[in-house]
Ligand binder design. Structure first.
Ligand code: DGL
Length: 238
């Protein structure tokens, strides 16, 4: 059983990639909706929630947990890895591929406040700072609109414009989606950014990494042809 969690619905953008690659696995998805958004919360609270969710998922039988949330990864992945003896796979804004592919030398990163404080992100940023200009922007209001299920329309367009216009004006040719909620707004982001801008969603890479880790634990098993199950839980009910 693989556990997948996020502050809310965003992690489902990762779950859908996991299911594509690992269709025979059983998944338990936990949305920590009562505490959403994580972005503005202090790291200590996000760590506390990460432990509560990990306890819940392990109790449900999960042997590997995908932290399908950039904010929770930034705050809590080290803590989780040192306090539990199962593997944790985390998210990180995909700055490296954006930097390597950029022709204009300007890259935009859209994420939450908490993610921009993460040591892994800051480390990656420091590494590439010399080669490219990175325009970072907190996606104000984007998590909330995805949680409400409002994924398009004039209000969403206004929010997206506010977030990405500064990147576009600076000449960004790549925009990194550094929050798992944002892929649900990708059609709007693409429409506003135009065809010359590449949007990078790290979810497929995280799914590939999960598959690799799973195979290193269990070995490559022959296909059983069975379809895996998905169970959903939320802190609103549990
Ligand atoms: N989906 C999240 C992330 O990847 C959480 C956003 C939030 O709760 O603020 O960062």
């Amino acid at each position: 059983m693989i556990g997948v969690y996020d502050s809310g619905q965003g992690g489902k953008s990762v779950l859908q990639e996991l299911v594509k690659l690992l269709p025979e696995e059983d998944f338990t998805y936990y949305a920590d909706t009562r505490y959403c958004p994580y972005g503005p919360r202090p790291a200590s609270e996000v760590i506390e929630r990460a432990c509560a969710v990990a306890d819940f998922l392990i109790e449900k039988g999960c042997e590997l947990i995908v932290v399908a949330c950039n904010t929770a990864t930034a705050a809590a992945i080290d803590h989780l890895r040192s306090h539990y003896d199962i593997p944790f796979i985390g998210m990180e804004p995909a700055v490296k591929p954006a930097v390597l592919q950029s022709k204009t030398g300007v890259v935009g990163v859209l994420a939450t406040k908490g993610t921009f404080k993460g040591s892994l992100y800051l480390h990656t940023l420091a590494k590439f700072k010399e080669d490219v200009k990175v325009i970072q922007q907190v996606g104000e209001g984007l998590v909330e609109t995805v949680e409400k299920g409002v994924l398009d329309g004039p209000e969403v367009e206004t929010l997206v414009h506010k977030c990405i216009d500064p990147m576009l004006e600076a000449g960004a040719d790549h925009i990194v989606l550094g929050c798992t909620h944002y892929p649900f707004l990708q059609p709007v982001i693409e429409r506003i950014a135009g065809e010359n801008v590449t949007i990078i969603n790290p979810a497929p890479a995280v799914a590939r990494q999960t598959k690799k880790i799973l195979e290193s634990i269990k070995g490559i098993e022959p296909s059983s042809g069975k379809k895996g199950s998905i169970s959903y839980y939320s802190s609103l009910e549990n």
